[in-house]
Design a binder for this molecule. Structure first.
Ligand SMILES: Nc1ncnc2c1ncn2[C@@H]1O[C@H](COP(=O)(O)OP(=O)(O)OP(=O)(O)O)[C@@H](O)[C@H]1O
Ligand SMILES: [Mg+2]
Length: 504
């Protein structure tokens, strides 16, 4: 006889409201960029035509941040639901909101105080404030007087938020620099604005391109000054100037949740454009791009279909996870990552384009495109001796990728003991460029030496001198070049040594 009892018996129930400390765990995966993207989502859902992100500076300190929009705003009845954790509303089929936590999680991941001021057309302005560290025995939210809400909505924004709109205000932002150094704050600001332009430009590129929303960033000084606004421009990861012939192709698979469409693009070649390079680097951006309601959630990665591979970096495929397909994927609450569920891999394997192309055909085509487009550029370049000992492996790999290689012994660049003051010595019998050890400590500037040390110097020397190791003899031109480099580099090395030891 088994002791298994199928039904667990119960005896009454207890109410267990969440402890307010649960708030501390929210939004832990957010960065400033992803948190602000979450607020922009809300503005887009509110039908805003313009969103402004404004940093507030008091002399040297950054003291706050605003996200302002001219959307439909919140009513006096609606604002409490908006401030409630998990306070979900009925979503439209195209809404970006889903969980009812974005505003709170994003804000508390960055700031100690969240204030929401809003007005819906024809209704009084309303405001609420929530302090993160406040009395944690309750979910206590402060009511802000209507006059203050009205004043904040009426501040000098680049558009009018007075008839309807929303102001989100963050005070005491944890990531802002605490130093008194205006230079450091300026660096922080320019870097943050650049990161934000990159992230928001990428994540909202479809909406920006379609003109559905404008996003600008500026800095306001409390004493009245205001910097020129920076416009967030769209960065389309599929924005190649001319597509590779025959691409993109759309692979379609039937899944239990409806048809899965994978639009497989091939960049025709590596490019220096911002669309190709993308924040994070092109190599890390190969793979799948998940969109939900035209907002990019996740940019790159193969979700287990394939391992990342330098040779696949021309391949980027988009998947719109709207409607029923949402169930095949899990989106994190920060809306910065999508994970594929168990149904995904079989659907991808089954997917076919109209001409029969499969995912593995696509990956092969991407690899072939990478090698032919590389050959095309490298073929026009002069062949070099392969890099040998002494060069940093990453540098060596890049040289091999970028330049055709001669079928000869590799070129080594090694430190050695010299009797003279000369900086270098060309030894063609062992294919070695020797560098005078007496300058090594000065060149390394106190860092530890090793076989592959001084990567920058050695890479520059490789490019400069590699040619004299080619051919059966040293020509007159080579000899003259070696003498010239020796004179100049030895002077430079002595100067390096003098500045290192403090002597002149
Ligand atoms: N800028 C805004 N303009 C108008 N209403 C807003 C704005 N920001 C938030 N709201 C209201 O507050 C509610 C809660 O926002 P919150 O971001 O916390 O959740 P959500 O957007 O519903 O879902 P998600 O957790 O997926 O973001 C929204 O549903 C919306 O009704
Ligand atoms: Mg939201």
């Amino acid at each position: 006889m088994t002791s298994w009892i199928a039904e667990v018996p119960t005896q009454g129930a207890v109410e267990l409201p969440p402890d307010p400390h649960a708030l501390d765990a929210l939004g832990r995966n957010h960065s400033l960029e992803t948190a602000l993207a979450d607020l922009v989502d809300n503005s887009v859902d509110a039908g805003a035509g313009h969103v402004l992100i404004r940093f507030i500076r008091d002399r040297v300190h950054l003291i706050g941040l605003y996200v302002v929009d001219d959307g439909k705003g919140m009513t006096p009845e609606g604002i409490d639901a908006a401030m409630t954790l998990g306070g979900r509303r009925t979503y439209d089929s195209s809404d970006l909101g889903r969980f009812g936590i974005g505003l709170k999680a994003a804000s508390f991941s960055q700031a100690e105080s969240l204030t929401v001021l809003s007005r819906s057309v024809g209704r009084p302005a309303v405001g609420r404030r929530w302090l993160h560290e406040q009395d944690r025995s309750s979910f206590h939210c402060d009511v802000v007087p209507s006059e203050f809400a009205e004043a904040e909505l009426g501040r000098s924004w680049p558009f009018s938020a007075t008839s309807s709109g929303t102001v989100i205000r963050w005070d005491r932002v944890a990531g802002f620099p605490a130093v008194e150094d205006s230079q450091q704050v300026a660096t922080f600001l320019s870097r943050s604005v650049e990161h934000l332009r990159g992230h928001l430009g990428l994540m909202f590129h479809r909406l920006l391109e379609a003109g559905r929303v404008r996003i600008t960033i500026d800095v306001e000084d409390v004493d009245g000054g205001r910097g020129a606004p920076t416009e967030v421009t769209p960065i389309d990861p599929f924005g190649y100037p001319k597509s590779a012939p025959g691409w993109p192709r759309t692979l379609i698979a039937d899944s239990p949740r409806g048809p899965l469409r994978i639009v497989c693009h091939l960049w025709p070649r590596k490019s220096n454009s911002v669309e190709y390079r993308l924040p994070g680097g092109a190599e890390n951006r190969q793979g799948l791009y998940f969109y939900r309601h035209d907002r990019l959630l996740h940019a790159g990665g193969w979700e287990g279909i394939h391992a990342p591979d330098k040779k696949l970096q021309l391949a980027r495929a988009s998947i719109d996870i709207d409607g029923d397909l949402t169930g095949m994927f899990v989106m994190n609450p920060e809306k910065s990552k999508v994970t594929a569920g168990a149904d995904f891999a079989p659907a991808v394997t089954a997917a076919r384009a109209a001409d029969g192309t499969t995912m593995s055909d696509y990956l092969q085509a991407a690899e072939a495109m990478w090698s032919t487009s590389n050959q095309r550029t490298t073929a026009q370049r002069r062949a070099v001796i392969p890099p040998g000992k002494g060069l940093n492996p990453k540098v060596a790999r890049e040289i091999v990728d970028e330049l055709p290689q001669l079928p000869v012994e590799p070129l080594n660049i090694l430190w050695a003991k010299f009797d003279s003051d000369d900086f270098f010595e060309v030894d063609r019998t062992t294919q070695t460029l020797r560098l005078n050890n007496r300058y090594r400590t000065a060149v390394l500037g106190g860092r530890r030496g090793g076989l592959n040390d001084a990567p920058l110097l050695k890479a520059a020397l490789f490019l400069l001198t590699e040619n004299v190791f080619q051919g059966a003899h040293l020509g007159a031109r080579d000899k003259d070049n070696i003498e010239l480099w020796q004179n100049i580099l030895t002077i430079a090395a002595r100067a390096e040594l003098a500045s290192h030891t403090g002597r002149s």
